[in-house]
Structures are given as structure tokens and as C-alpha cells.
Write a protein that binds this ligand. Structure first.
Ligand code: GAL
Length: 663
């Protein structure tokens, strides 16, 4: 391990702690907090996230006395600080002074106060004020030995509608000038001959505000790109101020992978010193630990495989889901360790101590309303002890088995209005394919469509609707060199400007797949089709015309009866598979197995198995999500119990084991 591979060099161990809001409590409670943090093994807390109004009670008047005392107390107790710029919650005085900095919805409503995040990312006043408070913090705490990390803002894009105000419109025009250079190029890219939308002056262009249905999809797509970039510009402004005044302290901002649809985290990840993510379990989702694993794998992937920080998750229920289901015994521990298994170097929570007031008072915490006499507290103390046995994992890297292509732009484009079926969904397909890999105990790296794929024997490409010619060439090159791709329907249809690739669907992929799609044949709600081999599919079928590919399974009924449903095309030294309909569960397993994705031998169903490794050691993290005891074949030293293991690793129901493998 060296510093370059650790998520947080100053900490040097697995981070444990959470969001800490001393500003909500009288000072004597802070002393109790720090004592209990030590008892639980807490070593890192995030401070100040929403405390702008306390740091700067009036414009230009600062009060850092309370924060000095908090940071000092934590430092004396050996607890590192992830110090936040509080810019997700501008003070009431800011909006009074700058009413134009409020966000405006697509319908034209101006967002009110009393919450957080209501600012416009293109507002000059907001950017100046945010950079101003970040600068104050950097000056005051930049060389404080407690400060291990800067936590800029909180979950950019969380409120997540783009802003449609006049300042945003002006910034959008400027962004478009940079992107297209001339109006002719923009008119061409946006296809403005359609419905006579041609622009003759930049001032005629507006954000895609509420309008009769069918607003130009290229304009809408560009507005999402622009919004992601505007928030990123806010981040960069704060980050640069911090870097300048406090060099050496890494800067992060907490992502919401994959639940914030509107930020292109491939681009964001390139701008942070360390990637961090917030993840909340979807309590009512069956087998929700698979969605957790997908989020963790995607976070590690945007981090380029480097270790990352789990900035927030919950000890038990949240407060914002329709039914806030409490975690079952052992679930928090499995969740935290699953993130660690998939490359996190920390397990941090929202929040340290439950708030008594405000809109999150029913949210779980490390220290619940019931205090230290509770099961949650006992579990928190136990997890702290567990993590202290895992410090040697810090900086090690997850070993992947296959790649799945993930692309935010394609997600945005696929889910614009007026698609061939309302049943098309990006996350639905990504999750369906990911789940099959998870159930086969195979670890997934998510990859960009244009990234180097040569490390993976197989790459899955679910519903990559928008695809550049360059990405298509990249996939084809990968297959020619011996790779296997599995492409699902409605992929390779349009280019970056939402223009259909020429020559018939799927324009970007016809050559690679050895076929064309003559017509989309979406199905009626609730209807199914049958395929060879006793498979059932729904939602979508196509009229596939072969041009080099061989049929592997055909439709037995439905609008494409008798025609190819699943095909295989050998190209160069590799193979390109195509699945033209929606398969799930064991039906999808059957096709993926034909393509080479088979379950790992000797691992029982419901057991999650991931490997992290460094140059000198290899670790197996096994999580039993079932109610049955299991065992694995392995040897080494088990780190949570300290027990040596010779050949058989027992994995009790609901439990976790971390094995340093015998070399
Ligand atoms: C996160 C947010 C936290 C808190 C938490 C509740 O999205 O960053 O501040 O609101 O949700 O689950």
C-alpha cells in the first residue's frame, strides 16, 4: 500500500464515523459525543455541512469560535475531521439579498426557503458567496492537524431539477457557443429544420421550459449536460480556493451514485481528489443488497478502481421513503462491510446523533434518540471493533471479473419523452444484467463506452441507446481482439446529438452485431412472448434481419414469431451477442451462460464474494445474505475473528468473513 492508492492518506485506516452536527446541541453534549465516539471507535466525522448561517450569521460577519472548539475537541480525542463547506444551505440573508439566486422550476415557479439546495447553480452571487465562505474556512483551518479532508457542499444535484431562470438561460447560451461555435452548427446538431425551430440569433435560444409536448430532444439533452457542468463549475470554484490556500488536504464532494441521475459522474470523478459516495438502502426492494453492490461497484468504477470513501449510509431506517423499514439484526453490518468489500476505505453514516428537531428527526443515527441502551448503539460499537481489524485492507483494490458499460448521457437520452415504449428504462436494464452477474458471484467493473476494455474477458452492454461512432468502434475493436460483448435491445440507435445513425437500426452496431433491426415491435402492457428453449420475455421485440450473425434462439410467437431473438456474430477473434427482447431472471441467465457468464463454482446462492488485493496480499470478503449457514473452500487467516482457516471457511447465516488468503 502507498499513499497514492489510499483513499485518505492522513487517516491510514478504515474511516469510521459520520455527519456530526454539534450546532444542534448545547456544548456539554459535545463532550459526551466525543467520549462516545471514542467508545465506538469513531475516527472520522464530517462537520459543518449545513452550518453556513452559523459560520456567517450576517453578510461578511464570521463566527468560527464554536467551530474552533469543536475541531479542537475532536483533535484532542484523536478524531480526524472531514471539514465541510456549508454551501448546500445558503443562509436566509443570502436569498433576501439575492432573490434572483433562487432556483426556478421548468414550470416557472420560484423555489422557496426553509429547506436547503434552493439555489441556482448559474447564479454569480451564489458562486461568489460560496467561494467566499470556502476561502474563509481554508484560511482558518487549512493547516489544522485535525483536518484530513475537505467535504465541498453536499450532494450536488440532489434537489436535482435543472434551474430554468434567466441567469441559467444566459449561461446556457454561452455554453452552447463554446460547444458549437456557430449557430449553423447548433441548428444542424439540434435538427432545427424539424417543426421549423431554426435559430437566427443566440438570444432566441432558451432552456427547454415547459412547452407543448415534444420539446426538441437534442435541446433537452444539452440542457442536462449543461446542468451537470454548471454544478461542476460550482464545485471547481470552491475546490480551487481550497487547493490554493490549503494544499495537501484532499478535496471531495459526496456523490449519489446511482441515485442522482443528473450528474455525469464520469466527468465529476476526474475533478475530485478522492471519490466519495452516499448510499441509502431501498428498504422495500427485494434483495436490496444487490442494488447496494451495484452502487458500490459503480462508485469504485468512476473512481478508476481506486479506493473510495463511503461518506453516508444509515444504521437503520431513513425518514424519506414511503415506509421507512428498520434494518434487521446484522443488516447494517452486512451493508457496511459490503461497501468495504467493493472498495470503500470507510464506513461513514448519516448521522452521528439523531436530531431532536427538523425534518430528519425520524432518521436513524449511530447514537439514536434512545442513547447507548439500544441495539443500534451496541451494533455501532461492534462494527467499530470489526473495522479496526480490517485496516490492512486500506488501499487494496477490488479484482473484477467482467465489465458492464455505463453511460449517463445514454441514460438521459433514453428516458426523454416519446420513445417507442414507456416500458423502456435505463436503470431497469442495467440492474437486470448486474443482478445476473451478482448472482453468479462475479464482480463487475462499470466502464465507459469508449474506455479500454482489454482487461475484461466479457463486456455487457445493456440499452446503450446513445452511442458515438467512436464508442462503437471501440466495442468493435475489443471484439476483434478476442473480447465477448452481449448487447441488449435499443442500443446504438442515436449519436450524441440525438440523431438516428444512418442506414437502419442499430446504426452504430450493425457491423459489430452482423444484423439490422428492420422494425421495433414493442409489446402491449402485460403481454409476453416465448422463445426457443422455454424462455419467456416481455416489453419489447424486434424484427431482426441477419447479415452475418447466426440465430441462437428464435421467437416462437408474438409479432416476430419465427424470427431471430438472440443472435451470435463472430468477428475477428471475438464474439458479439445480441438480445433483442427483455429477458430477466433465469431466462436471462440461460442466454448469458451461452455467452460465457457462468456462476462461480462452489459458492452457495445468496453469498456475496469479492476479492480485494494488493501486490503482496489477497483478501476474500464473503457475506452470507441468507438464513442458512454456508461454507467456502479457502485457507488463510480470518480477520474479524482472528481464527486461522485450513481449507474450509464456515460462513454462518447472516454473517461476514474477511479472509487474508494464504499465499
Ligand atoms: C442524504 C443527505 C443527508 C441527509 C440524508 C438522509 O442524502 O446528504 O444530509 O439528508 O440524506 O438520509
Amino acid at each position: 500500500m502507498n499513499d497514492a492508492t489510499r483513499a485518505l492518506p492522513r487517516l491510514g485506516k478504515i474511516g469510521y464515523g459520520g455527519d456530526y452536527t454539534p450546532e444542534q446541541w448545547p456544548e456539554p453534549v459535545w463532550h459526551e459525543d466525543v467520549r462516545l465516539m471514542r467508545e465506538a471507535g469513531v475516527n472520522l466525522v464530517s462537520v459543518g455541512i449545513f452550518a453556513w448561517a452559523l459560520m456567517e450569521p450576517a453578510p461578511g460577519e464570521f463566527d468560527f469560535g464554536w467551530l474552533d472548539r469543536v475541531v479542537g475537541l475532536l483533535h484532542d480525542a484523536g478524531i480526524a475531521v472531514d471539514l465541510a463547506t456549508p454551501t448546500a444551505a445558503p443562509p436566509a440573508w443570502f436569498f433576501r439579498r439575492h432573490p434572483d439566486a433562487r432556483q426556478v422550476t421548468r414550470e416557472g415557479h420560484v423555489l422557496g426557503g426553509g429547506a436547503r439546495h434552493a439555489f441556482c447553480p448559474s447564479s454569480r452571487a451564489y458562486r461568489e458567496a460560496a467561494t467566499g465562505i470556502a476561502t474563509q474556512l481554508a484560511r482558518r483551518y487549512g493547516d489544522h492537524p485535525a483536518v484530513a479532508l475537505w467535504h465541498v457542499h453536499n450532494e450536488y444535484g440532489w434537489a436535482s431539477t435543472p434551474c430554468y431562470c434567466e441567469a441559467s438561460a444566459a449561461a446556457f447560451r454561452e455554453w452552447l457557443r463554446q460547444r458549437y461555435g456557430t449557430l449553423d452548427t447548433l441548428n444542424e446538431a439540434w435538427g432545427t429544420t424539424f417543426w421549423g425551430q431554426r435559430y437566427g440569433d443566440w438570444e432566441e435560444i432558451h432552456p427547454p421550459r415547459l412547452a407543448p409536448p415534444g420539446v426538441n430532444p437534442a435541446q433537452q439533452l444539452d440542457y442536462v449536460r449543461f446542468t451537470s457542468e454548471e454544478y461542476l463549475a460550482c464545485f471547481r470554484a470552491e475546490r480551487d480556493a481550497l487547493h490554493q490556500l490549503a494544499p495537501g488536504v484532499p478535496v471531495t464532494t459526496n456523490f449519489m451514485v446511482p441515485n442522482c441521475k443528473w450528474m455525469d459522474y464520469w466527468r465529476w470523478a476526474a475533478e475530485v481528489d478522492v471519490v466519495s459516495n452516499d448510499h441509502y438502502l431501498q428498504a422495500e426492494l427485494a434483495d436490496n443488497h444487490i442494488e447496494l453492490a451495484m452502487a458500490a461497484d459503480l462508485t469504485r468504477s468512476v473512481a478508476g478502481g481506486r479506493p473510495w470513501l463511503l461518506m453516508e449510509h444509515s444504521t437503520s431506517a431513513v425518514n424519506w421513503q414511503p415506509r421507512n423499514i428498520a434494518k434487521t439484526p446484522g443488516e447494517m453490518r452486512r451493508n457496511s462491510l459490503a461497501h468495504i468489500a467493493r472498495g470503500a476505505d470507510s464506513a461513514l453514516f448519516f448521522q452521528w446523533r439523531a436530531s431532536r428537531f427538523g425534518s430528519e428527526k425520524f432518521h436513524s443515527a449511530m447514537l439514536p434518540h434512545g442513547g447507548t441502551g439500544t441495539q443500534i448503539w451496541r451494533d455501532v460499537v461492534r462494527l467499530g471493533a470489526d473495522l479496526s481489524n480490517l485496516d490492512e485492507l486500506v488501499g487494496t483494490r477490488v479484482v473484477p471479473d467482467l465489465g458492464i458499460v455505463w453511460d449517463w448521457e445514454s441514460w438521459w437520452a433514453l428516458e426523454l419523452e416519446w420513445r417507442p415504449s414507456v416500458d423502456l428504462g435505463y436503470l431497469e436494464r442495467l440492474s437486470a444484467y448486474y443482478e445476473r452477474a451478482w448472482r453468479a458471484h462475479r464482480t463487475v467493473d462499470f466502464v465507459r463506452p469508449d474506455s479500454d476494455l482489454s482487461a475484461y474477458p466479457m463486456v455487457l452492454v445493456p440499452s446503450l441507446y446513445l452511442m458515438s461512432a467512436q464508442a462503437a468502434a471501440n466495442l468493435a475493436g475489443y471484439v476483434r481482439d478476442g473480447g465477448t460483448v452481449v448487447v441488449s435491445y435499443f442500443s446504438g440507435i442515436v449519436d450524441e446529438t440525438e440523431t438516428v445513425h444512418p442506414g437502419g437500426h442499430p446504426g452504430a452496431l450493425r457491423e459489430l452485431l452482423g444484423l439490422s433491426v428492420e422494425e421495433f415491435l414493442p409489446l402491449r402492457a402485460g403481454s409476453c412472448v416465448r422463445l426457443d428453449g422455454d424462455l419467456t420475455a416481455d416489453v419489447w421485440t424486434e424484427r431482426v434481419v441477419l447479415a452475418g450473425a447466426e440465430p441462437v434462439r428464435r421467437y416462437l410467437d408474438g409479432p416476430a414469431a419465427g424470427e431471430p431473438a438472440v443472435t451470435r456474430h463472430r468477428l475477428g477473434r471475438g464474439t458479439a451477442w445480441y438480445i433483442s427482447t427483455r429477458l430477466g431472471g433465469s431466462d436471462l441467465d440461460a442466454v448469458l451462460a451461452d455467452a460465457g457468464l457462468v456462476p462461480r463454482d462452489g459458492v452457495p446462492d445468496g453469498v456475496e464474494l469479492v476479492r480485494r488485493a494488493s501486490d503482496s496480499a489477497s483478501y476474500l470478503i464473503a457475506i452470507n445474505h441468507t438464513e442458512r449457514d454456508a461454507e467456502l473452500t479457502a485457507s488463510g487467516k480470518e480477520l474479524l475473528t482472528g481464527a486461522p482457516c485450513h481449507g474450509v471457511l464456515p460462513l454462518p447465516a447472516g454473517d461476514v468473513r474477511v479472509l487474508r488468503a494464504a499465499s
